[in-house]
Design a binder for this molecule. Sequence first.
Ligand SMILES: Nc1ncnc2c1ncn2[C@@H]1O[C@H](COP(=O)(O)OP(=O)(O)OP(=O)(O)O)[C@@H](O)[C@H]1O
Length: 535
Amino acid sequence: MGRFRIKVYLRLRPSDKPSPFIHIQPTSSTVQIDDDKHAGGGPPKNYTERRLFRFDGIIQSSSQEAVFDECAKGVVEDVLTGYHGTIFAYGQVGSGKTFTMTGETKTFIYCGLIPRCIHRIFEEKESKPAAEIKVHVSYLEIHNEVIYDLLAKREAASQITTLEEDGTVEFRGLTRVLCTTEEQALKLFFEGERHKAVAVHPLNQVQVSSRSHCMFTLYVERHAGMASIPEKTAAKLNLVDLAGFGQSKGIEFSEQSKKEIVNINKSLIFLEQISSFRFAQFVQELNTNAIINKLLDPTYTRRKYERQISDLKQELALKDALNGRTDIAYDLTDEMKSELRARVNDFLLQDAEVETIPVDNLKQVREIFKLFREAQMTMLAKLEVLQKELRVTVDVPMMKESITPTLEEEVGVGELDNQGFHVGVAPVNARPDSIDGIPSKMNVNIDDVLASTLFDQQMEAPKKVAPNREKKNKAFIYFKHHTSEGNEYENFLKETRFVLRLKRKLAQELCNHINEVKFDIANLNRLQVTYCRKT
Ligand SMILES: Nc1ncnc2c1ncn2[C@@H]1O[C@H](COP(=O)(O)OP(=O)(O)OP(=O)(O)O)[C@@H](O)[C@H]1O
């Protein structure tokens, strides 16, 4: 990659009356401008400001061919090597941009840079068939902020979208045509020219003035040259003719006013010249990062990587042999995978030591992580199923009653009939095994305690009341709050619920204690093993 400065050339249109304020010095490629303060009108000033502008080259009365050789040839050669290139013409209305970029197309000697670039690229294509050069072209126009595809059928012209990424701009939907001959590419270029937006302008009356920015692009794909390295390069050459700028741009003038305008504008044109010189100096300061745009053949790339992998494997085997690690297998067989699975299961389910899982190489580590991930996914799926089962769709007061299956076990208080209505005392053995999938007997172990906690939380959440239960619920609430028997049951229930919570807490603490003891036992075992090994 290299950093290159943008090169700026000044091309001067021949003039019968050269400005007395502009002094060209071709040998030093500089232009000196005497900024006559009287010229712009206003109060008279008795001094002249001098400005000096430097260029990479000044082209005066040169042939179109000489301009191509000096300004464009190098860029085309770089494109043929794989670098992107851009040539653009900038300047006032009528300053000669289109003459430079397109030229007069009737005879080749007056042809501008675009036909000449096309010619050079196809010349290369024909002279080097082994390079298998492929050329595509596109032609776009930006007029009044809208992008038009000059090679597309008119109705499809507004389908282009721009995509800006990593400092590059891509035109999506722009027609790209594959050209096998120079004639084809030239034909497309001239066809596109016919579609450009032009208008008559007072500063460019000999020829119609370009009212838009136009970009003709040549996309060049080619083999890097040597058959043994099937690398391809894909570079593009943007050839841009910018719309001329000027204070009078876009205004329609009557014949009557044209003469006056020419005089009035003299000083303004002069200022515009200065501003275009300033722009040129600014562009000269810009740097570009030039890289060769390689297009890799996927088959070749795959083969290259396969070769590299095989080399690395051999190297690794050699290293292992030298270090006495001959039993290491880097490719896991099915047998090895199921062995690893068994070890991971032992670790997760049987409290086996983590050291029992072999970690000799990266493939094993990856496989182990995969197994852990699988186990985690299975557990999450199970948890989800469990949570679904616990979501009982009964109303809040009824749910509060139904969450106390152990309550009756201890105190023998009435059971629900699972129909959303409290029916009073029922014998313990008359209870169903489950209510909506919830086990009615609660074993006091950590899972059940946690599940019941979760269950409690869900009970607090407001639930949708089934319409056919509404009446029953109202009656039930009335029974609880307004009858002495109901009140009694309600108070009794509150007390027993309190007792139940206490017991759950105790159970939780007990489980934690058991876990701590188990942990201590495991530690002791480990110490014992270490001690035995040492002795
Ligand atoms: N170097 C030159 N030698 C001879 N004639 C020139 C030269 N440059 C420009 N002209 C003539 O000047 C006229 C205006 O040039 P041209 O249309 O290229 O200007 P432009 O900058 O493209 O204008 P616009 O911005 O209006 O499109 C044309 O008739 C063209 O033939």
